[in-house]
Design a binder for this molecule. Structure first.
Ligand SMILES: [Mg+2]
Length: 282
């Protein structure tokens, strides 16, 4: 182990799928540890998820449903980063590829900024791809044709053009290739990005979520790097965000990563590796 000191820690940033939950079910010993530590005030907790198929409210329900006391500001999802990005760029027309609940959430969050989220080839300034579990062929075709009409020089292959020739921006909320489930890995946003890319070469200008350290900003505003640790089951997202933010990584073996994967891993060692999160205190 690379010198993990629990006495220095004040807060943990916990991944959800594979760390505290497996699909809909809580990983009981890990969840019990979080409940006890929250109630006693021993540690603060933040809940980090790349899964943008759900709104923060749905995560609050899931976490509270497992018996963990939780407030909205403890939920860290790239939907928050997407909202901040749209505000920062001043976009008013976004082609949002998202399920209805997520679309309603962002519409409400950005109501004060007057942002429209409908497909509008003349007005759209941004294509925003989320983990859209209501994805259809029509949505994929709209995204690629918007890109073709606005970002690719005129050609006989694409005779239909928009009057507006300003290139449209394109971002994705996170990079995950698959989502763990009780039936094994199922498709996440990675395949959706690839679907678009192999059609016409379009690539996102930004990919939010883990491993981008932007998601930890609100936590690092309150705690020193040595006072926090990221807890997760995935090396290429959870460990990468910890490394990128310069904080300890607690690797749990309750999800995707196995001891064999760790043995083959060429990056730095996790600060500590445990079967389930509660065992950091053993
Ligand atoms: Mg996970």
């Amino acid at each position: 182990m690379a010198g993990f000191d629990i006495t220095k820690k004040k807060a943990f940033v916990c991944d959800l799928d594979g760390t505290l939950f497996m699909g809909p079910d809580p990983i009981k010993p890990a969840v019990d540890f979080v409940i006890e530590s929250t109630v006693s005030g021993r540690f603060g907790f933040f809940y980090l998820t790349n899964n943008t198929s759900k709104t923060p409210d749905e995560y609050i329900k899931k976490i509270a449903g497992a018996g963990i006391p939780v407030r909205p500001e403890q939920i860290l999802t790239p939907l928050i980063t997407l909202e901040a990005y749209i505000r920062e760029k001043g976009y008013k027309s976004v082609y949002l590829m998202a399920g209805e609940k997520v679309k309603a959430y962002l519409t409400e969050r950005l109501a004060d900024a007057g942002v429209a989220f409908e497909y509008d080839p003349e007005r759209n300034e941004l294509i925003a791809l989320t983990y859209d579990k209501e994805l259809t062929y029509a949505k994929l075709a709209d995204a690629t044709s918007l890109w073709n009409m606005r970002n690719v020089p005129p050609s006989p292959m694409c005779p239909v053009r928009t009057v507006n020739r300003t290139p449209v921006d394109y971002v994705a909320t996170h990079p995950d290739n698959c989502c763990p489930s009780e039936r094994g890995p199922i498709p996440d946003i990675g395949g959706m990005m690839k679907f678009l890319e192999i059609t016409n070469g379009m690539k996102p200008s930004r990919v939010f979520g883990k491993p981008s350290p932007t998601l930890l900003k609100t936590v690092l505003d309150r705690f020193a790097p040595e006072e926090i640790a990221v807890v997760g089951d995935r090396l290429y997202t959870d460990k990468a965000i910890a490394d990128n933010a310069g904080v300890d990584f607690v690797c749990v073996l309750s999800g995707e990563t196995t001891r064999e994967d760790l043995a083959k891993y060429t990056g730095s060692e996790p600060a500590i590796t445990v079967e389930t999160f509660n065992l950091i205190d053993a």
